[in-house]
Every structure is written in structure tokens, then in C-alpha cells.
Design a protein around this ligand. Sequence first.
Ligand code: 73E
Length: 754
Amino acid sequence: MQLSEEIFQLTQQHFGRAPDQCDDRQLYQALLILARQRAGERPAPTGERKLYYFSAEFLLGKLLSNQLLALGLYQPVKDYLAGMGRDLGVLESMEPEPSLGNGGLGRLAACFLDSIAALGLPGDGVGLNYHFGLFRQVFSRCKQTEEPDPWLQPDGWLIPTRRAFPVSLGNTQVTAVMYDIAIPGAGSGCANRLHLFDLADPAHAPWVGIDFDKGDIAHNLTSFLYPDDSDRAGRLLRVYQQYFLVSAGAQLILAELEERGFAPDTLADHVVIQINDTHPSMVIPELVRLLMDRGLTFDRAADQVTAACAYTNHTILAEALETWPMSYIQTAAPQLVPILRRLDQRAKAAHPDPRVAILDGEDRVHMAHLDIHYGFSVNGVAQLHTDILKHTELKPFCDIYPQKFSNKTNGVTFRRWLETCDQPLVSLIDDCIGPDWRRDAQKLEGLLQFQHDPAVLSRLLEVKQQNKDRLCRLLWSEQGLDLDPSSVFDVQIKRFHEYKRQQMNALAVIHQYLEIKAGRLPQRPVTVLFGGKAAPAYVMAKHIIHLILCLQKLIEQDPQVRPWLRVAMVENYNVTWAEALIPACDLSEQISLASKEASGTGNMKFMANGAVTLGTMDGANVEIAGLVGEENIYTFGASSDQVIALYRDRSYDPRACYHRPQVERLVDFLVSPELLAIGDPASLSTLWHDMKSKDWFMALLDVEDYIRTKAEALRDYECRTAWAEKMLVNIARSGYFSSDRTIRQYNEDIWHLN
Ligand code: 73E
């Protein structure tokens, strides 16, 4: 059937009218149903082995454009709509964003699903159907407040399935029901599934239960993405969630194994489970338990599980390494306790070194240690991160199991992060090198032949300008921000965390402000854009947001500074905002303290969209620098080796850095009369004190080099042709960071699917 006929039938059937009589919401709904049906009809990829990607988070973002693209319907639908004077972007704005993740880890899982399906590999995602995504961020009196963000819609992307599994949580029996989102693969003709488990009994109608009692597991199990974990009730709820996820997921795996006609003791021949950080690690003891129920001995079950499970580490930050008190597991999943104790004893018998113990002296379960002993693969997410894991953080494990360790540098799906978010750039690329880069992003290197082509370079600058104009229109209509599209767009968008050092960027803003006040004007106005959320209980991150919002307000009120310097913090930064901000960025801020950002993936998206990186030699920035060459990136700051030594020797002295004359006046500005008149004195002075005396992530160590390097980048920006060359080299070299490449490597080295 013709596309137009199909859409006509859908709108007739659902709304009793022709497409051109439908409002935006109805037309959106018809396209959703079309995509859902087409994707639902696609066959699953085949293969002897099947991958299950277990993750507590899948940060999908809006789905319509991406699904249409994967189904080969994106351009046809756009053309069809254009014929009616309608616009896909407008329709898609009807869609609530499924924010089932916090940041990079969850978005990586979503990019991976996209690539796994595109490569035609048999692999499903397994996660939880949170009724509320990550909170909606609202600014009030220059502070972040949090509101619930419902995303579920009556006739949306979720496909109900017949699958349901019993799960015992403590002494309560609940039923996990499975909902699916079809994941069609671009160009592969098949579709995988994202399985999202939820409680069976919707009588609780959880999406109205906003002020919830954390103790009430039955009500709240799948209500929220990771509840607040700053008190015992919150952490316990998290353990319940994790167990609910893995128990249902493990039962699904064994049910499908049986349906494929394989015996439980052949699990590892037919199944591979990728454990996305330690949040799903209880799948290991749960599978051992279920295999023993099916007649395997403990040892045989443990061996099968070890040969089926692979673990990805995403962070070395101490506070993110999960260790659960056994008493929590006793409460949430008592059936796992004897299994965990046996797994611990078996590991201790073979490897008595206490540094590699699963259970420590305080009866806490080290989830990563469990994964490393009882998995066949451990990977880091960028080369530097993997090196640090092997040589420092996990060295005792690497000494025991050197063959288990490997690097898989992260990637992002270019279908979302270039093809659908940056159409002006896509047209230019197509005109230069044709469409083949869609199948193989490395082909973007073909752009290098245009590095000195004035026509291409000037078109590239025009594309960037178009994207900046579009962002300005959007920020004006959605948030009332009126920005200057001819200014330099300097962008830092990511979760707020001290190690990511938004506070250092704020100090650079203060520096620019003071320069302008002293009559030293920049060559061109600069707009410093921020976006990101702080965890509700992360007090220091909230102080940093407050500082930035205060600086924004201060500058807005200052007619001397405002023409030259603007600060704009986007409210409720999410995937949808990222899709508008990234194509519009000139300078990409990737300024984490070296050694702390495992990889970063925003850095890759910016690069592919022609932004130039201003960054430390951290995470995947190191690989970006290697690919583009030093003349096409601005790096600064202490190296990871230096930073690791400073921590090891406890020799970082923030007070000494603070007392450097250029630094002191920037830090002291936090408690200047101007700023105190705008902000909350308690918040600003807490941050001020912390910076001077603790500065755990060494912002004052790097701030001068940072300011100098940023000034150099802004100077270079004025030579527009030379800057356009840098942009072009960044785009051309970005293909390595396609998640298609990453997934090929996972498949070749770890999964061995078809
Ligand atoms: O560097 C990023 C990395 O690019 C890292 O911080 C992030 O994972 C990205 C994808 O590999 C990450 N998130 C978490 N740990 N690492 C995390 C930890 C606890 C809860 C939620 C997320």
C-alpha cells in the first residue's frame, strides 16, 4: 500500500477524518501507529547466540523521527507532510520525551540498541518501565526545583506482551509484566526489542502517586527512575528495583532458551548478557539460582553464568561503585543470600587476596567484584579509562584475569546525532561525498578533500549559522531567552557534577565579565550556554547551578556587559534540547578533571556536528585529540597521571592555587556584593568556602590554563576560514565514534553473535 493511503486509512480509522483535516496531535498519533505497526511486523535477526543488554537506564529520547528513519520512512513522510504544508518537527514536539535515564550511561544504552538492530544482530534490551522519567527541572529564584515527568501515553510506543513472570520481593510475590518497544534497524530489515518490565497490577495507577512513601514497595517499585538514594529507604528501594529487573530478565532468558529448544546447561552457548555497569549485577546470582532450580549443580550453574556474562565499567568515582550491605539483599531478595555467600566462598578459595573479595569484612557485597569473577569479559569505555582500570583501579583483578580485560571506546548513533538532528549539515555532506557515510561513518573522511575548498568551507559556516538561528528561535519561543545568533556559542551541556567542573567554566565567565567591566572587550560577543540537571540530593551541584543562574541574572541586568557576554542556562536540559544545542555549538566544553570522565559521549556528538573541542586530556577527549591533531582541538590542564599522583600523595593544595592573584579575585567574586544581592548568600558562600579549602576536583589547579586556552580559541575563531577548516576536520574524523563501530567491536571480541 502507498504511504499516503496507509496514513489516510489510519486517520480515518482513528479520528474519522482525512489527514489534512487532522490536527497536529492526531497526525502525530497516526504516524506513531504507522511506525509501531511497521516495526512490530519486522522479523527479529537470527543467530545461534542472542544478546541481552541489561541496563537500569535507557535514555531513548523522542522516538518518532528515529523510528521512521530506521524504517526507511523518514524522507517519504517528510515529503508527504510537506505536500500538506505540515512539518514533522512540529508533530514530534507533541511527543513526551521518554527520559528513562540520567545521562551518558542511559543514552549509550539507547545508541547501542539502535546500532545492534542496524547491524542485524540478535540483541534485545532489558530494563524497567519507570512511569516517571528523570524529574523535570524548573528554575525558581535562580535554583533548581524538581517536578515529576510523566511520559506514558495511552496509545504510545509500548507494545503489551503476553509475558509475565513471578518475582519474590522480600516476602511479597509480585508479577512482572513485560512491555516492549520495537527497535527497528536502519537498513537491516529486522527489529529487536527493548523489554521494559513493570508491576502487573496497574490498580495502583502509579503515575498519579506523586508524593510517595518510599517504604511502600508495591506502589513505588517502577514509579521513578532511581529514587533518591541518600537514605536507607531510598537505597533499599533501589535494590528492590534492581532485583525486580534481573529476576524478570533472567526468567525471560531461560524461557526463550527453552523455546529455542536448548537445554539450560547450554546457556553460555546460546546467550550472552551484557551488564551495563553494576546496576543489573544481581542477574549473576539470580541466574545461578534459576539454573539450580532446573537441575544444575552449583558449580555447573556458576560456570555457565560466568561464560555468559560480560560487564562494562563506566566510572571509577568511588561514590558510584555499588556495594550493597548483605542485610539489604536479605530484605529484598533473601533467596540470593545463600547463592552470594557460595559465590564469594568459591572466589575466596581461588583468590584469597582481600582486595578482590566479593564480600568484605562488613558483609557488604562489592557488585563489580562479583561481575569480574563471574563474568568472562570486563571492559572500559575509552582507552584512557580502560588503562586506568587495568593499571590502577582494578589492577589486582587484571593480574588474575588479564585476558578478561578490554577496551571498547564508546560511540553514538549518527542516525540520531547527525542525520536527524542536523539536516543542513547532512545536505552539505551529501553534496560533497554522497550518501554512503550513512552505512559507514568512516567514509566521512572523504570530506578531507574539501579542507581547502573555499566554497565548501563557506557553506559549512552558513550551516552553523542556520543551526544557531534555529536554536535562538527555539530558546525564544520555549524559554523566553533572546540570544544573539552572531555571538560565539560556547556550550557545556551534561549532568552537573563537581568533577565535570561547570564551576570552572563559571570562573571563566567571571573572568570575562571583569575584563569587560575593565573596558577590555572581546573581539566578538560570546554566549556561554549551560544545560544540565543536578541529582536532587547533590547539594554542591545545586550550589553550582545557583551560581550560574545568578551570573546569568547579573549580566542580564548589566547594560555594559550584556552586549558582549551572555550566560544562558537552558531549563530542563534533555535529549530533545541536546538535539537542538549540539548542531548550534561553536565551542564544545569537555573540561572534566583528567582521569575522572570515563569517556564522555557528548564530546563525540559535538565533534560530528562541527564544533571544536575545548577540553582536558580525559576520557575520549584523548582519542578525539589523536584523530583531529593538535591544531584542531584546544587542550589544557593537568594530565591524568599528574592528577592520579596528586590524589595518591594527597598533595593538592587548593589554598595555594586560590592565592594566585588572578585566581583569588575570580573565586572571591562568588561572595561579592553584586552577586550576594542577587543570590542566596548561604549557597554562594558554601561554594566559595568549598572552592578555597577543598576543591576536590581541582578546578583551581586548571583554571588559569583553561582561561588562557579559551581566549586562544576565541581569537582563532575570528579567522573564519581557518576555523571552518577545523570544523571540517572534526566532522571528517568523527566517524570512528559511530556506535556502529563500537558495536562491531563488542560483537567481534565479546558477543560473537551470528
Ligand atoms: O563518562 C561517562 C560515560 O561516557 C560516565 O560518567 C557515564 O557513562 C558514560 C557512558 O559510558 C556514567 N554514568 C554512571 N557511571 N558512569 C552512572 C553511575 C551511577 C548511576 C547512574 C549513572
